[in-house]
Structures are given as C-alpha cells and as structure tokens.
Design a protein around this ligand. Structure first.
Ligand SMILES: [Zn+2]
Ligand SMILES: [Zn+2]
Length: 394
C-alpha cells in the first residue's frame, strides 16, 4: 500500500491548487439543483485528471477512476456541492460574488478536498486494485440529492462496496476529526395538523367550537410525548413551529393549522412518536368538540454508521493525526444529513473534520460569518485517501 508520507508529499505539492479550487467554488455558490456552473467546473477538472465522468442528474457529477489492477473493493467518496441562500458577512478576499448566496455549510471545502483526493489517487492509479468513484452530489440542503443519485444508479456499475463521507465542523479545531459509532444524525419527518371547529360570534363562544383553543391544547399536550411516551435514553425532538388560525379578534375561529418537525434516530422511537402525535392531536381535539387530522411528510432517514467501516476510519484517524486529535462524539446530531441514504443501502461511514480556528470565535455552519481554517483540508484529504486505500484492501 502507498505510504502516508507519500500522500503527505502529494498534498503539499497540490495544496496551492486545492486552495485556488476552494476559493473559486466559494466565490460561485449555487443552491440545490441549481449547481450548473459548479458541476461544469468540477467535471472539467475531473476530465483533466483523466477520469471518466457521468451525470446521472441535471446537476452533480460522478468521477470514475479505473484501476490498473483487480481484487479490491470499490469505494465511493462523496462531497455535497450545494450552497445556501445566506448573505455572506465575512471579509474574505474570496467571498461570495452572488448576493444573498453563500457556501455557508462548507460544501466548498468538501468539494476542494475531494478534487485534490481524486487528483492524488489518479496519480496512484497503478497501485489501485479497484475503481474509485467520486460522487459530487447536489441538493443536500434541500430535498436529498443522495437518494436521487442512488435511484439514478450511482452505486452501480462499477458496484460500490462502501461509501465514505464527512462534514466540516467549526466546533472542533482544525487538525482534529470527530467520530461516532452508530447514529450520527436524526431522521426528519415534517407534519401538519389541521384542527376543525365551528365559527361563531366572539361574544357567544358557546354557539361555536373554538379551533384556536383546541389547537392550543394540542400544542401543549404534544410537549409530554417526549417526556412520557419515549424511552428516556433515545433522542426525540418534536417542534411545532407554525400556528395559523382565525380571521378577526371577535370571531371564533373554525380552523387552525399547525406544522412542525419530528426528529428521531431509531425506527421504533420514530414509529412510537408518530403514533402518539396522531393519537394526541385527535384525542385532544375530540375532547374539545373539534376534530383534528395529522399528515406526515417523511424527510431524510437517520444516518447510521457501519461498525466495521467505522473501525477502519478510526484506525486510519489514529495513524494519520494521532489518538489525541480524535474526538469521540457522545451524542448524535438532531440535524439531518442525506448521506444517510448511502448508509441505508450499503455499509458506509460518515465522520467530521474539525475546521475551527484555535483562539478565535468560530461561527457555526449556516451563519453568514462562517469561516473555515483551510489547514483542515490537508486532514480531510489525508483521511479520505488513507481510509479509501485501507477499505479497498479490507
Ligand atoms: Zn447545511
Ligand atoms: Zn452541509
């Protein structure tokens, strides 16, 4: 296998180029399914490296590096490519050139590192024992580009054995990686509750059925689902973020609309929470003489790492950056990550690369002042390459 020293030298050699790539991408942010310029830019670079490319969706691109030898496992490395409708507030020289849009989630870092990884691995083509696929995937922030990429066949021909991905993490300093076995991100289900009552004059509530009061009781009753119906050690969040009702201050409202999001990790908690929310809304409304109907819209599934792939990620991290720079995450994030769809198909792993500056305030991802310590790109590339090579031979 290629040595870590050899990879470090290559990273050194390509660092300036990788930074230029990141700066270009940062200047040109595009949101989910609009990443046309980004896709063209990436495809051009992949072709220059001698990779085959495929475009299963209108935006996003796959680079395929064919190996000289056979016998190894086919690994896919994934970078999401979309930006956010966030106004950039940094003073960076390479700040966004599009007003109101920014790579505020650091996907420009993911792309730049993966392009550098592709360039280095293409130099090492002679020593590969299986093809490597580079998945530049659209629409992570919107409706789950990962799921559409899979449906369009990104894990087939050549068939992928494992997918590897990561996210930048400003809450950890550059030079570190954060790992977690099992669940790393929650599943997300959006829901809407429609409460129906009966209109009447505000002075004679006894002649109507007040949808505002019934819906308010539902909002309050829902708060006890997590504390009373869900196993205390299993994370669950239920948020009602929207409450619309009524037309005038002196009219009893006949209709209220609630909308919210539910975050869980395990399938049993997800099922239980959905069932209790429905029963609570319908039961409370009935007690108030009203009626309620609950509609669910499933979002991303929960992101769960495969133990044996994670063993290799952890082993690689220890070799590349040392045990003292590995942070074991105690809890999963209640946010979502559409990498979950790859993990749902084949044994895969997702980790976090620290991008925080030491001795300086770090803004979180999705903030207009989010910045990343670019020295983290070296860690990301080293981790991607060394883990990929190890998995290939596993
Ligand atoms: Zn994001
Ligand atoms: Zn992101």
């Amino acid at each position: 296998m290629v040595s870590q020293e050899e990879i470090r030298k290559k990273i050194e050699e390509y660092r300036e180029w990788m930074l230029d790539v990141r700066h270009w991408l940062h200047r040109h942010p595009e949101t989910g399914d609009e990443e046309y310029e980004t896709t063209a830019y990436i495809e051009k670079l992949l072709k220059e490296m001698g990779l085959r490319t495929e475009k299963p969706l209108p935006t996003g691109v796959i680079g395929i590096l064919d190996a000289e030898n056979t016998g190894g496992k086919c690994i896919a490395l994934r970078a999401d490519i979309d930006a956010l409708p966030v106004q950039e507030e940094t003073e960076l020289s390479f700040r966004s050139q599009r007003d109101g849009f920014m790579h505020a989630c650091g996907h420009d870092m993911h792309m730049a590192a993966l392009l550098c990884t592709a360039r280095i691995l293409s130099d090492l083509r002679d020593s590969l024992t299986a093809p490597v696929k580079f998945l530049f995937q659209p629409a992570e922030e919107t409706d789950g580009g990962a799921e559409r990429m899979i449906r369009a066949g990104c894990l087939k021909n050549p068939d992928v054995d494992h997918v590897l991905g990561y996210h930048v993490a400003p809450e950890y300093p550059a030079g570190t990686v954060a790992l977690r076995y099992g669940y790393t991100h929650a599943s997300s289900d959006m829901f809407e509750i429609e409460v129906l009552g009966m209109k009447s004059h505000g002075a004679y509530p006894d002649e109507g059925i007040d949808a505002v009061v019934a819906a308010s009781q539902i909002v309050t009753a829902v708060q006890s689902i997590v504390s009373r119906n869900i196993v205390a050690t299993d994370p669950c969040v239920i948020t009602i973020g929207k409450f619309h009702a009524g037309s005038a201050g002196n009219v009893i409202a006949d209709r209220a609309e609630l909308a919210g999001t539910m975050r869980t990790t395990t399938p049993q908690t997800r099922k239980r929470a959905m069932q209790r929310l429905k029963e609570t809304a319908e039961g409370v409304a009935a007690a108030m003489g009203a009626s309620a109907s609950v509609k669910y819209r499933p979002g991303y599934i929960a992101q769960k790492n495969d133990d044996s792939v994670m063993d290799i990620v952890a082993e690689t991290a220890a070799e590349c950056i040392g045990e003292k720079n590995i942070i074991m995450k105690e809890y999963p994030s209640m946010g979502v990550e559409d990498f979950a769809f790859y993990s749902g198909e084949i044994p895969s792993a997702f980790f976090f690369v620290g991008t925080g500056y030491r001795n300086r305030n770090n803004y979180g991802i999705h903030h207009g002042k989010f910045e990343a310590d670019e020295s983290a790109l070296d860690t990301a590339v080293l981790m991607e390459i060394m883990t990929c090579l190890k998995l290939m031979c596993s």
